[in-house]
Write a protein that binds this ligand. Structure first.
Ligand SMILES: [Zn+2]
Length: 160
């Protein structure tokens, strides 16, 4: 446990408390995961309209000028570029998805360098995927059930 200085009253408090014990100043909650993930652009889109969409996404997400965004994509043609570091795995994946929708090839790595290993699926992401599969399975079961019901009706209709 470390002691930090309260930004409001200046007294020493635990870095784990939710608010200052002296003045009640609320402290920002700790991030649930280490912010060590980065989004790496491995290949920018090639179609001009996709490059435009990608540039706009970078302008919005990274607060760049459109020219800087274009330059960043140009440098990624030569070698992979880490677009943003010190992210949680969830925020990195969300950012990567935004850029993938704009036509870019990006990956989420565990570290701050473009050569860092790719991030493995976090347990929460896996849980979400399992939930997704469960939902799809239910839909398939319902469709099969409806088809089977129709088949039985047709068979019964043929018998009588
Ligand atoms: Zn305080």
């Amino acid at each position: 446990m470390a002691l930090i200085t309260c930004p409001e009253c200046g007294k020493e408090i635990s870095d784990r408390s939710a608010c200052c014990v002296h003045c009640g100043y609320p402290l920002p909650p700790k991030p649930p995961e280490p912010n060590r993930f980065s989004v790496v652009l491995t290949s920018p889109p090639h179609y001009p309209e996709n490059r435009k969409r990608m540039a706009l996404a970078l302008v919005k997400e990274l607060d760049l000028s459109e020219k800087d965004a274009m330059d960043l994509m140009d440098s990624a043609e030569q070698k992979p570029v880490a677009l943003r570091s010190e992210m949680t795995v969830e925020s990195a994946r969300a950012f990567a998805n935004t850029l993938q929708r704009a036509g870019a090839y990006v990956k989420v790595v565990d570290g701050s360098s473009p050569d860092s290993p790719e991030a493995s699926m976090s347990s929460s992401a896996l849980a979400k995927e399992r939930h997704g599969l469960g939902f799809c399975g239910t839909v398939v079961a319902v469709v099969v059930g409806v088809l089977a019901a129709h088949l039985i009706m047709a068979l019964l209709g043929g018998l009588f």
